[in-house]
Design a protein. Structure first.
Lengths: 188, 145
């Protein structure tokens, strides 16, 4: 059973990422804060007696459900489902060389000068804005897999889809982001 | 276009590296102080709710144990759970025993009643066979003047 301290530490470790993930989905900071708070309280009340190792997956599931509930309440689920169909059709776009993107990203690591800091902030803003533009399922898969660092099986379980779908969503998301960075002139 | 398994694995590894680097940039972005403050408040509320939920569970378990078996909150861990389970079972056993006793008592009462009727019939001047006679039954039904 997770102690109060373990629960508190766990929540502290996930709260910012949870908030940003929900903001990407609902595009409303106040609503995102309410959803994250609800998810935290649900976790504490209903699953507070579970071992600390189970908390990450439980929390992500509760957070996803809470976000879906919010969409239901807002009666925009139809619009969300509509945008889910946006997955298809990206394959026909220009292919992008991920090695270039990798090099560009690595070249901004560990930089110290003011000019580099500025370019790092710009890069951060560009990535942030491009992640927001991803179709919801691609964004969800990308954030769970690379941000929350769940493995493919855990992400598939959380998203209620197959592992193959997770890999496809992630691949498309990474290529879409790399393409967007290239268009913005982020090259090595 | 078909890729060999090695090429697919390399492509997947490259995607994963790029994905992790992109996501790492997202984590670098600081949040406004009002948001971090509200998140801190949310965390504190969640921990407080856990405290209340735990305290309520403990109270229910110890109260049920104490009420049914006279055991106080002194009992510990697995022992407390065992006594609580037994406490829940005892009323059920008492109910079952009560039902069996009532059934036994009712059967005894019916046997005694039948015996009393038999005794009265046998001790009466009128032979029991008379009640099977249609004429005698008609005589009984006729109002007496």
């Amino acid at each position: 059973m997770a102690t109060e301290q373990e629960l508190s530490d766990f929540l502290r470790s996930v709260d910012k990422r949870a908030f940003k993930r929900v903001v990407y989905a609902v595009r409303d900071a106040d609503a995102a804060l309410d959803i994250v708070q609800d998810a935290m309280i649900r976790l504490a009340e209903k699953y507070g007696d579970r071992p600390a190792s189970e908390l990450p997956l439980l929390f992500q599931r509760i957070l996803s459900n809470a976000t879906t509930d919010w969409f239901r309440r807002q009666k925009v689920r139809g619009a969300v489902m509509q945008s889910f169909s946006d997955f298809e059709g990206h394959d026909s776009e220009d292919p992008v060389d991920l090695l270039d993107t990798l090099e560009a990203l690595q070249s901004t690591e560990g930089t110290e000068s003011a000019a580099d800091a500025l370019s790092r902030n710009q890069l951060l803003q560009i990535i942030d804005s491009e992640v927001q533009k991803l179709p919801p399922r691609q964004r969800e898969a990308f954030l769970m897999r690379y941000w929350e660092e769940f493995d493919v099986a855990e992400t598939a379980s959380l998203m209620g889809c197959s592992e193959g779908s997770v890999k496809t969503h992630c691949s498309r998301a990474v290529h879409a982001l790399a393409r967007a960075l290239k268009l913005k002139g982020i090259t090595p | 276009m078909n890729h060999s398994p090695l090429q697919s694995a390399e492509a997947e590894a490259l995607e994963t590296r790029v994905g992790l680097l992109l996501a790492a940039r997202l984590s670098d972005a600081p949040l406004p102080s009002d948001i971090t403050e509200r998140l801190r408040f949310a965390r504190a509320q969640a921990v407080a709710r856990k405290r209340v939920a735990t305290a309520t569970t403990d109270w229910v378990v110890s109260a049920s144990g104490a009420a049914t078996l006279g055991r106080g909150p002194g009992s510990q861990g697995g022992g407390r759970r065992w006594w609580a389970a037994l406490g829940g079972l005892l009323p059920l056993l008492a109910l079952l025993g009560g039902l069996l006793l009532i059934d036994h008592w009712e059967t005894e009462r019916q046997i005694q009643l039948a015996a009393e009727i038999d005794a009265l019939l046998l001790a009466d001047d009128l032979p029991p066979a008379a009640y099977a006679d249609p004429g005698f039954l008609e005589f009984l039904r006729t109002p007496r003047e």
